[in-house]
Structures are given as structure tokens and as C-alpha cells.
Write a protein that binds this ligand. Structure first.
Ligand SMILES: NC(=O)c1ccc[n+]([C@@H]2O[C@H](COP(=O)([O-])OP(=O)(O)OC[C@H]3O[C@@H](n4cnc5c(N)ncnc54)[C@H](OP(=O)(O)O)[C@@H]3O)[C@@H](O)[C@H]2O)c1
Length: 335
């Protein structure tokens, strides 16, 4: 049976994303299952991978990108008893999810509870696990503490604000003005990083800064974020948006700076969060946290903001939208 997948033909712009048709379905090895993908996330992290700027992906093109997916088990590898054909599963694949079918080791998969919408469920994987783990595993925030998140109108940002609301946090979020309505709906205070000095504005609003800053922007932003933290607080850095978009900063230097700043005796600490590194270090946490988030989704405590549902074969359009910061919330590729 023929099936389609999207590959990157070389590292570069959105034009390197191409649809290819395979002539035969992949066959699961022992320990694997074949998955018919229902929905895959399209994220800024995929853009990094497509540009060849993601430190954890050593694969050389051509390969299929795709950081996360929800799908249905379609065929079992020999001896497989953990899953049944027809069962819905999720995974953080890092690459490979932009495909109608793929085989994955069963021990990485997380069951998706019945009744969840596939697009909403896939929106929870990368973005909400990132937000959840930064809040609970890294910062260990307590109810009513004060946080600032940059990129607050994006996929991780909106996830963080929804999870922060559950803890009754006092929240501030930087974003361009078009996303302020969305941010305000979660009870957070939006700050326009484009038109004002956001550090000054934050001090005007809070008096003495925040307990935690969550910063995926990097470059000059990391330095400014340090200034926004009150004594005893922490900078959680988790991305290099500026470096990837050619707006200053450098991935290795930004990373090293964050690590070195943690040694400064100034009463403020720093940490770098990576969803992949944490999964490698504590393999059980990913499944545990994702299952908790699926439960919150089922109960209606969280509701992913889905900016667009785009057919897989139009993955290029999805990437163009992400790079133009055109999405409020998450973009989902529908298969
Ligand atoms: N470390 C990890 O494990 C991990 C996991 C997931 C994601 N990430 C990283 O987290 C970042 C966000 O991911 P995402 O999926 O949420 O991306 P996204 O949906 O594209 O959101 C990024 C947002 O940042 C905003 N932005 C751009 N420059 C900004 C600036 N200087 N200050 C404040 N906001 C700015 C953009 O919109 P406006 O400019 O219009 O406001 C956009 O809404 C990416 O860098 C990604 O690589 C890291």
C-alpha cells in the first residue's frame, strides 16, 4: 500500500519540505508497532531542525521531521502484547512524525485516553509537557508566585499560561500586540516587547520583578531576563529563538552563558530546560507528565489554543506561518 510522508531534502528554508510517496508500508520489528498517524504537531522546534540548527538531531537529510504525534496502532511487531490494533497512542518522536505511517518502539508510547480530540491531544505533547515540566520539575513553582514568560502567545506560551492559571500564579507575558487579547484571556498581563522596554514596564507593574522568567528567546533576551528576577528567583532558559531567526545570539554561547550565570553569587539562579535531555535522564517522567496532562485535557482544565489545522501535505505552509510568528497558539498537521 502506498503512503505519503513529508521529508526535508536538505537543511534550509520552508521550500526544502517536500511530499514523497512511498510504495510500501513500513513493517514493525519485534518490540515495535506500526502507527497510522492522525495528527502531528508543527512547531518552531521543527523549524530549527529543518534549518539544521537543533543540537540533538544528528540525522542528515533526507529525513522526515515531526516532533510529536497522535496515531492509531495499525500493526503489531512479533510478540507485542502491550498494545492492541486500534488503540490510540502518543509519542515525542523528535523527528519522523510528518508521515501517514511509521513504526516506533512500543516502550516509548503513551496511551491516549478515549474521547480526546486528536488535534487537541497532539497539541499537549511538546508544548504542554515543556510548560508543565518547567513549572513543576525545574522551577517547582508554588501557588500565587509571580512569573514572566516570553513568547506568551505561542504554543508553549499559551500552554504555560493555562497551567499557571491552575496554580493561581501572577503572570506576565511578552508578545507582539496582536496576541495580547489571547494572553489577557488567561488572566495574565501582556507586555509588548516590540514597542516598549519590557524590563522597565515589568518593574512598573510589579515593583520588584518576578520569581521566575521562562525565556525561549535567547541572545540579548537572556541578559534582560536576569534583570527582571527578584532575589531568590530563577531564570529558566529553554530556547534560542533569536539565534535561529538571525536576530543575534548564538546557540552554544547563549547556552554556556546560562550555565555560567548560575555560578554568580547574586541570589538568582539559572537553568536550561530541554525536554529531550530530561526524558533521557528521567525516562518515566515524560509518560507520567503527559498522562497527567491528558487527564487535565479530558476534565476540561486545559484547552489548547489551536491556531490552524493544516493538511500534512501543506507542511511547508505551516512552517511559513510559524516563521512569520503568524500563529496564536499551536499549529496541527492533520493526516
Ligand atoms: N527546550 C525545550 O525542550 C523546548 C521545548 C519546546 C519549545 N522550545 C522552544 O520554545 C520556543 C517557543 O516554541 P513554540 O512552539 O511556543 O513557538 P511559537 O509557537 O512559534 O511561539 C514563539 C513566539 O515567540 C514570539 N516572539 C518572537 N520573538 C520574541 C521576543 N523577542 N520576545 C517575546 N516574544 C517573541 C512570537 O510571536 P510574537 O513575536 O508575535 O509575539 C511567537 O508567538 C522556541 O524557541 C522553541 O524552540 C524548547
Amino acid at each position: 500500500m502506498r503512503y505519503k510522508r513529508v521529508i526535508i531534502t536538505g537543511f534550509g528554508g520552508p521550500e526544502v519540505l517536500q511530499v514523497v510517496e512511498e510504495t510500501a508500508l513500513p513493517e514493525p520489528e519485534p518490540g515495535e508497532v506500526r502507527i497510522k498517524v492522525l495528527a502531528a504537531g508543527a512547531a518552531f522546534t521543527d523549524v530549527m531542525i529543518r534549518k539544521g540548527m537543533y543540537p540533538d538531531v544528528k540525522e542528515k537529510p533526507p529525513f522526515s521531521p515531526g516532533y510529536d504525534l497522535v496515531g492509531v496502532v495499525d500493526k503489531l511487531g512479533e510478540g507485542m502484547t502491550r498494545f492492541k490494533v486500534g488503540q490510540r497512542v502518543a509519542d515525542l518522536t523528535v523527528i519522523g512524525a510528518y508521515s501517514e505511517y511509521l513504526c516506533l518502539p512500543a516502550d516509548r508510547l503513551v496511551p491516549v485516553p478515549d474521547g480526546l480530540d486528536a488535534s487537541e491531544a497532539v497539541s499537549v505533547i511538546l508544548a504542554y509537557v515543556t510548560a508543565y515540566q518547567m513549572l513543576h520539575r525545574i522551577a517547582k513553582v508554588k501557588a500565587r508566585q509571580r512569573i514572566l514568560i516570553h513568547g506568551a502567545g505561542g504554543a508553549v506560551g499559551t500552554a504555560m499560561l493555562q497551567l499557571g492559571r491552575l496554580l493561581d500564579l501572577e503572570m506576565y507575558g511578552t508578545a507582539s500586540e496582536s496576541k495580547h487579547g489571547l494572553i489577557a484571556q488567561t488572566g495574565a498581563t501582556p507586555i509588548d516587547y516590540r514597542s516598549e522596554d519590557w524590563v522597565t514596564r515589568l518593574y512598573d507593574l510589579t515593583g520588584d520583578g518576578v520569581d521566575f522568567v521562562f525565556d525561549p528567546i535567547g541572545g540579548v533576551s537572556f541578559k534582560q531576563s536576569l534583570k527582571a528576577i527578584r532575589p531568590g528567583g530563577k531564570l529558566v532558559a529553554y530556547g534560542f529563538y533569536n539565534a535561529v531567526m538571525g536576530r543575534g545570539g548564538s546557540i552554544p554561547l547563549d547556552f554556556i552563558r546560562v550555565k555560567l550565570w548560575n555560578l554568580l553569587p547574586n541570589g538568582r539562579s539559572t537553568a536550561f530546560y530541554s525536554i529531550g535531555a530530561l526524558r533521557k535522564k528521567n525516562p518515566d517522567w515524560f509518560a507520567e507528565d503527559l498522562s497527567k496532562l491528558f487527564a487535565l485535557l479530558g476534565q476540561g482544565d486545559i484547552k489548547p489554543v489551536i491556531a490552524a489545522r493544516i493538511p500534512l501535505v501543506e507542511a511547508r505552509r505551516a512552517h511559513e506561518l510559524i516563521e512569520a510568528a503568524g500563529a496564536q497558539g499551536k499549529i496541527v498537521l492533520i493526516i
